[in-house]
Write a protein of this length. Structure first.
Length: 265
């Protein structure tokens, strides 16, 4: 069953907009992570950035798997009155977008997958989620306090800044926006990948964008990708790791914008 996701919509600045673009973020991300990029894409089309279930301002739900997330994405396209849409997903959002393409291919004008493959990974984010769960929110009234406490467990300043975007502090009261308990319980499903039904594939235009310094999309994944997405193209962004849209936003935007133009929609 789908949930009614929170969306951030940027209206196209052109009088003749193309097919809309849906943007789905990764684990512990939010729609706001793509704000600047969304405004860039909106020069040619309406852009709808979403908060995935159990993230941002979207509802919490005990089910956190890719079939459910794909249903959420389908509902966004239908609620916004689009016959079909370009769908861009990063990491967890990329897996949800792939699942949607395989389940409801008629809803997609194209698929863009950012630095993730349709495979199971052995990495996890339990350390980060556990650090967030045990932060002691009752004693937090400023983000800087939380940053200082997290530093002992998460030494990378960029990772702490990313996680702390999820901390809401209002009237001196702090809370985490993501449903950390469900995310922790669902980590195997989030990092995993269940094979789709036999014969499932998406024949539409597909772009896999990977960070040149990332190990998430490897040569050995390409045969699996090609079976599911036979029209696939690949591109790589130099100097970027897994968070390629944040590390190298300009080439990330340019490569995807050119791909969307090439689809003719």
């Amino acid at each position: 069953m789908s949930v009614f996701l929170h969306t951030s919509r940027v209206e196209a600045t052109t009088e003749t907009p193309g097919v809309p673009l849906i943007i789905a973020h990764g684990l512990l991300g939010q729609s706001r992570n793509f704000g600047t990029l969304a405004r860039g894409f909106a020069e040619k089309r309406n852009v709808i950035s979403i908060d995935m279930r159990n993230h941002g301002d979207s509802p919490w739900h005990e089910v956190m798997d890719y079939d459910a997330m794909a249903e959420d994405l389908a509902a966004v396209i239908e609620i916004h009155g689009a016959e079909h849409a370009h769908v861009l997903g990063h990491s967890m959002g990329g897996k949800a977008a792939m699942r949607l393409a395989l389940r409801r291919p008629e809803l997609l004008a194209s698929l863009v997958v950012a630095d993730i493959a349709p495979v199971a990974y052995d990495h996890e984010y339990n350390k980060e989620i556990n650090a967030m769960q045990t932060l002691g929110l009752e004693a937090i009234s400023r983000r800087s306090q939380a940053d200082q406490i997290l530093r002992a467990v998460i030494p990378q300043a960029s990772m702490r800044a990313f996680l702390l975007q999820n901390l809401s502090i209002k009237d001196g009261s702090a809370r985490w926006k993501p449903n950390l308990d469900v995310l922790a319980e669902s980590m195997e499903a989030i990092t995993g990948w269940l094979p789709p039904p036999a014969g499932a594939r998406y024949d539409g235009p597909t772009l896999f964008v990977k960070g040149a310094d990332s190990t998430y999309v490897l040569t050995q994944h390409e045969s699996t990708i090609s079976e599911l997405f036979p029209a696939v193209e690949y591109t790589s962004i130099a100097g970027a790791g897994h968070w390629l849209h944040a590390e190298r936003p300009k080439p990330f935007f340019e490569k995807i914008d050119a791909f969307l133009d090439k689809t003719g929609h």
